[in-house]
Design a binder for this molecule. Structure first.
Ligand SMILES: Cc1ncc(COP(=O)(O)O)c(C=O)c1O
Length: 369
């Protein structure tokens, strides 16, 4: 079978299963960062109870889901638009906001630049400082917002991952609010991707940001609510901005089951709390195990994944391919701008799965790849 080279995103258990001649369920996926407890049991019940709706088109307005989200965030349904995953909203942002040149902070999620390219726009990069643990450079970003220029080029807006992927870094909500104030003053866009912010709610800019002009907050129901196969994400912004986004979306892009599942997931507060408690415990345990691997350095994280560097002399590509042969997928970050050849991102999964990954990594690093 021909080897598929460019792995742009994590989570492709299907290609790995085909290559290894295994069932997709036998692949351990640390390359996408999904809540290891899985979706709420309420989701299954809601999907079953809605079977009869399958022979109808989905609600094109996502009315009930927007009501549920508005209640959740203490905002108005007119300030929410739902997309087929937040990826769909990232895709329409440049056209909806009329952005031609966007600034991103590298290393970061490649879809921001890909969406700009698809829309005929351009992306310019500011690099977070590795020696400062890739912290979001808020002061530098505020200066770019003020001048509207970076590297001699003009920009219409800034997109920050918060927490950022792959680095797991997030600053305080106050710092992001400061950036939003400058964005408003100078009439530039600020997009805040909070796809992983469920894991650090104290750092999220919601609910206040729902009424900030010039600001769009993106959220995903894929990660924390463990629904990547159903594709649900949403944006929160002022009603005028939401209308601009909605105009760019195709009709019926969010399936009936996606809408039904998202509502059920959102309402299961007990599962959400269990998930947060589990993550806090298991992330701490895994961090210690990773840090104890010879020569590895692990960054602190605000999300459900770790960004780390393998020992000097190792190359992420070799290690990820070896792990892949054992059915363990991790995210090779070596080709992301701002990362180096030893950069890797790993999701926090169940205790048993994490132990298996540690064992495999330990064998590779002790024996040589
Ligand atoms: C930082 C970040 N934002 C957004 C997304 C898109 O997620 P989804 O389209 O599943 O909501 C991803 C997916 O990996 C991501 O890593």
């Amino acid at each position: 079978m021909p080897r598929l080279k460019a792995r742009l995103h994590g989570g492709d258990i299907y290609s790995a299963a085909r290559e290894l001649n295994r069932d997709p369920a036998e692949i351990f996926d640390f390359s996408a960062s999904i809540n290891p407890l899985g979706p709420s049991s309420h989701v299954w019940k809601a999907i079953t109870a809605s079977r009869h709706l399958l022979s109808h088109y989905p609600d094109p307005h996502c009315w009930d889901l927007r009501q549920a989200l508005a209640t959740f965030w203490h905002t108005d349904p007119e300030q929410i638009v739902v997309g087929n995953g937040s990826t769909e909203l990232i895709d329409v942002l440049p056209r909806a906001l009329g952005m031609h040149r966007l600034l991103v902070v590298q290393p970061t999620f490649s879809e921001y630049a890909a969406a700009m390219k698809r829309a005929g726009g351009q992306t310019t990069s500011l690099y977070a400082d590795r020696s400062n643990q890739y912290a979001l450079p808020i002061d530098r970003l505020c200066r770019v917002m003020e001048t509207g220029r970076h590297d001699g080029r003009s920009i219409d807006g800034i997109l920050v991952g918060h927490p950022n992927s792959p680095t797991g870094q997030a600053c305080s909500a106050d710092h992001v609010a400061r950036l939003a104030t400058v964005a408003r003053r100078y009439g530039r866009w600020l997009v805040i991707d909070e796809a992983f912010a469920d894991y650090c709610p104290e750092r999220s800019v919601l609910p206040p940001a729902s009424s900030w002009p010039q600001v769009v907050v993106l959220r995903s129901m894929t990660k924390f609510y463990a629904l990547p196969g159903l594709r649900v994400g949403y944006a929160v912004a002022t009603p005028a901005v939401i209308r601009r986004l909605r105009r760019q979306l195709p009709p019926w892009s969010i399936s009936t089951m996606g809408q039904v599942a998202a509502i059920a997931a959102l309402r299961d507060v007990a599962h959400a709390q269990r998930s947060l408690r589990f993550m806090a415990r298991e992330r701490e345990r895994l961090k210690k195990l990773l840090a104890a691997l010879p020569g590895c350095s692990v960054l602190p994280t605000h999300a459900n994944y770790f960004f780390m560097e393998l020992p000097r002399g190792r190359h992420t590509h070799d290690v990820t391919e070896q792990l892949r042969n054992e059915g363990l997928l991790v995210r090779d970050c070596s080709s992301i701008p701002g990362c180096n050849a030893r950069s890797i991102r790993l999701a926090v999964r169940s205790r048993q799965e994490n132990d298996r990954l540690i064992q495999a990594l330990s064998n590779l690093l002790h024996d040589g790849v």
